[in-house]
Design a protein around this ligand. Structure first.
Ligand SMILES: *[C@@H]1O[C@H](CO)[C@@H](O)[C@H](O)[C@H]1NC(C)=O
Length: 263
């Protein structure tokens, strides 16, 4: 599997920064109209027009431009020191990440007027549900484009000319990720031998994908679980112990490789 891990891991902290209360609270409180001295977007004032007609900017719009500037200064700082391929790649992916966040900024409106007739509308811009941005980035991650440094080392071009050139929205990478199927300590890959897989899943955790076509072993195990739990007034939950039998599937090791000894 090819993956621009370096980039992802560098801008993930930035996205998480937005989710942590300290940084996010002013914006959050902002769009909820809870605080006066928040960093609302000063450009979203007065009236404006969209496909449904004229509306007033109201409440407080998430100040995405401020957030983006902050993120650029904060996350890109490390990469600006070096001028190697990795730094170039990370700067590109950081920007693509920021653009993704901005892409899903959405306009929310509230209708006023006689019984909500919407003769008067106030709107504001709000950050989208984070899941939406995440799904979008996951697709970009899976479609990341391999690039090579250009001659003078100032940028990069697509590695295989049969593929499309990366746009500013695409994620890029220089090197293939290690083969996660095989144990390679130097590359930080533990391999998947011995991993528990899911026989009914069709995703990454399925026995087919996770075991990389090597097959799996099945063992029958019984385990103790809590069952028949009842709530007793007040306040305790009492359960019975039940024995549960289930099959556990684990990935086979590659043939003629002594992965068990290489700890
Ligand atoms: C296995 O995969 C199925 C289908 O995706 C899912 O419903 C189930 O919860 C999974 N089981 C475990 C133990 O993760």
């Amino acid at each position: 599997m090819n993956a621009p891990l370096g980039g992802i891991w560098l801008w993930l902290p930035l996205l998480l920064t937005w989710l942590t209360p300290e940084v996010n609270s002013s914006w959050w409180a902002c769009s909820q109209g809870e605080v006066k001295s928040c960093s609302c977007d000063p450009k979203k004032m007065g009236s404006a027009k969209d496909s449904k007609g004229i509306f007033d900017w109201g409440g407080c719009s998430d100040n995405i431009d401020y957030g983006i500037k902050f993120a650029r200064a904060f996350v890109d700082a490390k990469e600006r020191k070096g001028k190697d391929a990795r730094a170039l790649m990370n700067l590109h992916n950081n920007r693509a990440g920021r653009k993704a966040v901005k892409r899903f900024l959405k306009q929310e409106c509230k209708c006023h007027g006689v019984s909500g007739s919407c003769t008067l509308r106030t709107c504001w811009l709000a950050m989208a549900d984070f899941r939406k941005t995440g799904d979008y980035l996951w697709r970009k991650y899976n479609g990341a484009i391999q690039v090579v440094m250009n001659q003078d080392g100032t940028g990069f071009t697509v590695a295989n000319e049969r593929f499309k050139k990366p746009t500013k929205n695409d994620l890029v990478y220089f090197e293939n990720s290690p083969d996660y199927c095989i144990r390679d300590r130097e590359a930080g890959s533990l391999g998947t031998a011995g991993r528990v897989c899911n026989l009914t899943s069709r995703g990454m955790d399925s026995c087919e994908v996770m075991c990389c076509g090597r097959g799996y072993d099945t063992s029958h195990v019984t385990r103790m679980t809590k069952c028949g739990c009842k709530f007793h007034w007040c306040c305790a939950v009492r359960c019975q112990d039940c024995l549960e039998a289930l099959d556990v599937h684990t990935c086979k090791a590659p043939k003629n490789a002594d992965w068990t000894t290489a700890t």
